[in-house]
Write a protein that binds this ligand. Sequence first.
Ligand code: ATP
Ligand code: ZN
Length: 210
Amino acid sequence: MKTLKIAIQKSGRLNEKSVELLKNCGLNFENYKSSLISPVSNFPLEILFLRDDDIPEYVQDGIADLGIVGENVIQETEVEVSYLQKLGFGKCSLKIAVPNNNTIDDLQQLNGRSIATTYPVILGKFLKEKGITSDIRTISGSVEISPGLGLSDAICDLVSTGGTLKSNGLKPFADVMSSEAVLIGRKGSENEDLVQELIQRIQSVLRAKE
Ligand code: ATP
Ligand code: ZN
């Protein structure tokens, strides 16, 4: 029997809840911070600990059979994977925010303005749908300091409580997408039986929580 592989985030916002979900499924594994692969002792499964950005491609390419990742990352990487189950954690929204003192109050006013983001693909599609042409500035992190530094007029970033926006003098202005952690897989996996068994375990853990 082949061993399934599931990719989860190595460290960060989704790591703890992903590990907890798998443990609640009755899977026994060590969770050393140093290891990248952990075998499960009581199920033919290995857990791969990766950067979240790499998870959709690993699943698309068949290196992992399953993955747990935010919908935002899947949309941004534009991969072909199947959504198997929403997981109810890692909830956040991708929002456009502007400085508190800004008078922008209508989406059309973003025309010709610059927006800093780590999500250029999702933001680009959103603006295109609205018929808005902005200068999208792709940066790799700390997006929220960009207007204060004079690098952009607005930002597009993930928000959960809004605390980070507030402490950087920004206010949310438009919702681009909402996101949560999801279980993803690939169509036509060779191990459909094992995949189904794992999905069922995950679904019963989620049901028990309701
Ligand atoms: P990695 O090192 O794996 O690349 P990262 O820095 O890209 O990590 P995290 O900040 O750990 O990512 O966020 C992982 C995911 O958690 C996000 O892609 C998103 O789906 C979700 N999330 C939930 N709330 C928030 C939030 N307030 N800010 C950012 N991400 C959030
Ligand atoms: Zn990441």
